[in-house]
Write a new protein. Structure first.
Ligand SMILES: Cc1ncc(C[n+]2csc(CCOP(=O)(O)OP(=O)(O)O)c2C)c(N)n1
Ligand SMILES: Cc1ncc(C[n+]2csc(CCOP(=O)(O)OP(=O)(O)O)c2C)c(N)n1
Ligand SMILES: [Mg+2]
Ligand SMILES: [Mg+2]
Lengths: 338, 359, 338, 359
């Protein structure tokens, strides 16, 4: 669970949204470790199209922050080379949908360098990319394709849900000897806010996090869907239903024990994600439960997801994105079973 | 085209000096003859002005929350319109990026479709039957191999037609550019690669995009010709594109045209270019405004007056208002719209999800 | 179930391995429909590195069969353009692992053309690619990454397990108005044989196929893993255990009803695939069952897969690929539960 | 290098005639001076012969089922060895494709590692600490952006060193080639793109790979120089590569070298080239055998005799046999090998799977 913060720590805390927490993490680690460099499209003077790197070019200069030619494959592929030279690159891909242009560099190259070289070379780098809908972006800017990378053994795929986690997980990711795909919730960039320590801290990115305790039904999510789960938990509580909410934080590797424990708590499970149903990462979570927590299950495992279709243009997106009512309805269904 | 302004292709020409027929002051460059007659130029000008007016309207509607994010053409009207005019909409295809509104209109796309698209209405993606246009491409450079395949397919089936594909200086850095050009050279596809070098990819300047002196110099590496043209010169763009189209029709394969122009506005309506574009650069390029240049040219011919200007403006604003009204009348999207056209038929799961959605 | 073949049909049948069946389908459809063209690396005079297109260049000439420059993105991207021009391209990618080079063309482009254009344009094309291990290929030639494409709504992802299906499903795929990723089992190319009609026939690619009837435990697989499931079923039968074997044939779309019916038959399920466990398509199958066939389940859903690691170099592959013993052990585990 | 054979880079040179210093008959081209002394040439020759001998041994072992599929170097020895000799293994890096055995050996890879790798033993992937070499790359052209990043990273950290990356005519068609070259030009990375044009990509001939007259002509499109060299000429390859390395060291950025050579054998031991390579082509290129050429050159200097030849052969076969024996002595892979080095530490699931495997 996100640590409670004592009174004496408050002076060292700031109210931040996700973007600010990410920027704070980048600035903190760049100041602490001069091997850390940033590269991506428009990350320099412009500060990134979402301003995630705002001010860092001014502060750290053109030997630490690099605007790149428009080629995602080269951003990721050169980041791998930069890592091998001894630097700690943090690459930004403007939208996760465009990481597909670098798929052949991420999955069979970055993820495998350690394995291929039997440990001689580590691809210690971070690829940051926002994903998810709800902010009326153009086509392909919103696709929740995080699961397409979840078969890439050797890569870590993590997705923070709140500013506290965003900063801590990003610091952990930059220090991680293994490559990390750091998926940021586009929707939460400005909307999700919270208290964040101003100093450096890390979070064990591989551990799922109980963000709300409950005993009736377990809601499992990551990234922006955690916020949805929490809102659904609020709604359920007005009906006297206490939802247990688990933020898995990491898709790859998956904290199997964390998922099993959270499921066993209630025996009823709703998994929530922004991607379409078929072959979304909810499938892996459900499959894991259906074996490793089978005997605790009291009801079918529900998945509340986008429908099986491409992400639509903006005027239709509110129909597409899973909402509180659907989560609540699914939770109720699991409870109808005796 | 047997006139003194026949474009010279790269192998025979200085690759760095762009071809120009019309000077910024509206006079023809020395020894040049216009490749378009005045009536054509007037029609092109109307489209350029329509584009400029739509940019202004779209930006103002967007500020009021009544229109989505879109990328204005401002500054690039000669580049887009001159190239589109070199095509035959009943024979040739356009494979666009996203910043080419007047070309799409000229080729047959109803303005209301474009409005619907940037308003995020699913129906906006539709391209009417018979209009030889692929959908707007958001994934940069991904359209280039499609253009090559389409052109090659026409050739294999002995169907007349050339494919012109638009893309930016930024998009030219993607691997797809290379793979598409190389394939086009090998199969001699009747395709025109029309690279709009507008100086920027969002905030990234041309100088950071590539160390090449010109993008056109890449063409020999694929076995075909490249040429640099003044992209703010309607006549030169038209002439160069027409020559490339004719070469393609004659079985001479692809051409890479680098149209050197300038994005006078923001990248899109979410962008704030004052963060990275200097006022000097803007001023320098504003002096080379492609619309003014054409108006000066026509004035000198006695074909442009304050009266024509105001007639044009009225006509254009009527066109835009009508399209906006038509778009506004389209009913909002439904749950069916979410699923339809994913496949030719709904899948089992989709049918079930649609039923659940309807509940 | 694969149709039984009557005596009078035998004259028109041939014994073929997978490769021969595929080649036969290509030749059959090229003869029947002159819009069908082939493109890929080395598919021309050479007949493909596995000889899948052997003889077709000689027969149909250089206006129907094209050796392509070495660029998977351009193979797929130009195939899309060729389809829009009115042709029916069948593109070969030498190994599915290299389809990652074309990921950005397959997933956000080919799969979406119909949707993006609201039905104006159909990407009627087939991408063929072999995958899977067991034949000591170099690195990246063996990776079972079929599930990485299974989120691409608009694309069909199918994987035949035997020569009869291979021919019929490939003919269906070429005639399908929607784009099809046709995944061929490398291991089965020469080893898996069967009777194949010499004439043209199609198979409803979206329907799962019961390849063996049983009542004790349901084995679910696709592609080369079906052969493994059948061998495991043989082994189980010596212990008196009757396995029901389902070949799902199609990952996307998934025949949910077929999976549910097959599960309900026994209430015990083992899913088998060549990919690693985490985020393999077995997860989707298990998740589907854990909701839609939940009440019939008598035991945890087992997945028998490769371990969570990259595909190893050849000398270690036999330890990596799931074998009969592991399937049998998993089936037994499901039966230990009362 | 201030001698008359200093390579001329493309901007100043006919891009189509490859640079040659040593004629096929072993005499120096008119006006040329050798950039290597005889002792260097002898060492290079030994490596070329070792490579040729290893090809033969590997093919024969493979036929007996005692060795995996691999890609022989036969015909390309001058190209591979000449370029590798221009590097300083204690300073420079090699980023290979898969057909460069003698370069890897020269750079410090033990032959037994190479044998283990193509025998499919996981341990074969290991590169000893201190050897400046990335793993063999199976995914064509994917190594090129790595090479650029590595070179750029050295420069950013002011570490001396140049990165040379090998790739084929086939690989040059991949998007990664373009993206890597373009980035290298922009950041002026100290990298040498060494393109081995051996006429084939499996069965696909050079003519079908690209319509470009030469691959070197692509360099200006990235803002740097390209050059074509006779890839069967040890001295020319060495001279050109050394010049490129020196330019990179001097901060002048990347160079694209097209080494025109020929694959005399099969693509790999699973391939049957008689299906697509004509006997005439093979004969023509056999006359240009890179090893014979060097032997003729050394003979004329009195540095090569039947005795040296037989000493070399004995020494080489001893080297190969020892490496084979060392490789054979490595214990077979274990279940741990399946999981180890996926991540720095085993994941929960991996630990569980390993336990189950051990049962
Ligand atoms: C593959 C891909 N990467 C990144 C983006 C985000 N993006 C949208 S427009 C743009 C700049 C495009 O520059 P250019 O190609 O020069 O076209 P222009 O906007 O100048 O017309 C970027 C990076 C994208 N749409 N697609
Ligand atoms: C991305 C990718 N696509 C396809 C292949 C299959 N393949 C292996 S070698 C080869 C030909 C390579 O030709 P070239 O780059 O000229 O190198 P050469 O073998 O001639 O040394 C192909 C197509 C591959 N290894 N990687
Ligand atoms: Mg631009
Ligand atoms: Mg080659």
């Amino acid at each position: 669970m996100t640590p409670r913060i004592g009174c004496n720590e408050l002076a060292t805390m700031g109210q931040m949204n996700m973007l600010e927490a990410i920027r704070d993490a980048l600035g903190t680690e760049m100041a602490a470790d001069d091997r850390v460099i940033l590269l991506g499209q428009d990350v320099g003077k412009f500060g990134g199209i979402f301003r995630a790197t705002d001010g860092l070019f001014a502060k750290f200069g053109d030997k630490r922050v690099f605007d790149m030619p428009l080629a995602e494959g080269a951003i990721v592929g050169s980041a791998l080379g930069l890592a091998l030279s001894g630097l700690r690159p943090v690459a930004e891909i403007q939208f996760l949908g465009f990481a597909q242009q670098a798929f052949h560099q991420i999955v069979p190259q970055v993820a495998r360098m350690r394995y291929r070289s039997r440990g001689r070379f580590a691809a210690s780098l971070v690829i940051r990319a926002p994903f998810g809908g709800g902010v009326k972006t153009p086509e392909l800017h919103c696709d929740a394709i995080e699961c397409q990378f979840a078969q890439a053994q050797g890569l870590k795929v993590i997705a923070p849900s709140n500013p506290y986690d965003a900063k801590g997980m990003l610091l952990s990711a930059i220090r991680d000897p293994d490559p990390v795909l750091f998926c940021e919730p586009l929707h939460g960039y400005r909307f999700i806010k919270g208290e964040v320590p101003l100093s450096a801290y890390t979070i064990d990115t591989g551990k799922a996090n109980v963000v709300r305790e409950g005993s009736d039904v377990t809601l499992i999510a990551w990234s922006a869907a955690v916020d949805l789960a929490l809102r659904a938990a609020d709604a359920l509580s007005t009906e006297g239903i206490r939802a247990h909410v688990l933020d898995i934080r990491s898709l790859l590797p998956l904290d199997v024990d964390g998922v099993v424990t959270a499921t066993e708590k209630t025996g009823r499970c709703v998994i929530i994600h922004e991607a379409s149903l078929t072959a979304g990462f909810g499938a892996e979570v459900a499959a894991t439960i259906s074996r490793d927590a089978f005997y605790s299950l009291q009801a079918p495992i529900e998945r509340v997801t986008a429908p099986d279709a491409p992400y639509p243009l903006a005027a239709a997106e509110q129909m597409f994105i899973p909402g509180v009512e659907r989560v609540v309805a699914a939770a109720r269904r699991t409870l109808e079973v005796q | 085209m047997g006139n003194p302004s026949t474009p010279q292709f790269l192998y025979h020409n200085d690759p760095v000096v762009p071809l120009r027929l019309l000077e910024p002051d509206g006079t023809l460059a020395e020894g040049s003859v216009s490749p378009m007659d005045d009536e054509q130029v007037l029609r092109a000008l109307r489209l350029m002005m329509l584009s400029r007016a739509f940019d202004a309207k779209g930006i103002s509607l967007q500020r009021q929350g009544r229109f989505g994010t879109f990328s204005p053409v401002q500054g690039q009207e000669a580049s887009v319109v001159g190239s589109a005019f070199a095509l035959d909409p009943s024979r040739d295809w356009i494979v666009p990026q996203y910043r080419e509104l007047p070309a799409l209109l000229h080729h047959g796309l109803p303005l209301e479709n474009f409005i619907l698209y940037f308003n995020g209405h699913p129906a906006g993606g539709h391209i009417p039957e018979g209009v030889r246009l692929l959908p707007i491409q958001i994934s940069l450079a991904a359209q280039l191999p499609h253009a090559v395949g389409l052109a090659w397919g026409l050739r294999l089936q002995e169907i007349d037609g050339v494919v012109l594909t638009y893309f930016g200086d930024g998009a030219s850095s993607e691997g797809d550019f290379h793979e598409a050009c190389n394939l086009a050279g090998v199969v001699k596809a009747p395709v025109v690669f029309f690279l709009q070098n507008n100086g920027w990819a969002i905030s990234t300047p041309r100088s950071r995009q590539s160390a090449a002196r010109t993008f056109a110099e890449r063409a020999p590496g694929y076995g075909f010709d490249g040429i640099v043209v003044d992209g703010n010169d309607l006549l030169a763009v038209y002439a160069v594109t027409l020559a490339a189209v004719e070469r393609a029709c004659a079985g001479m394969g692809p051409t890479l045209i680098e149209s050197q122009t300038y994005r006078l506005g923001a990248h899109n309506t979410a962008d704030d270019p004052t963060r990275y574009v200097s006022q000097e650069a803007l001023n320098a390029w504003s002096d080379r405004d492609p619309i003014l240049r054409v108006q000066r040219y026509l004035s000198a011919h006695g074909c442009w007056s304050d009266r024509t200007a105001s007639e044009f403006r009225d006509d254009i604003s009527r066109t835009i208002d009508e399209a906006l009204a038509t778009a506004r009348a389209v009913p909002p999207p439904t749950a069916e719209d979410l699923f339809e056209h994913t496949y030719a038929e709904l899948t089992q799961r989709q049918a079930r999800q649609l039923r659940e959605h309807a509940l």
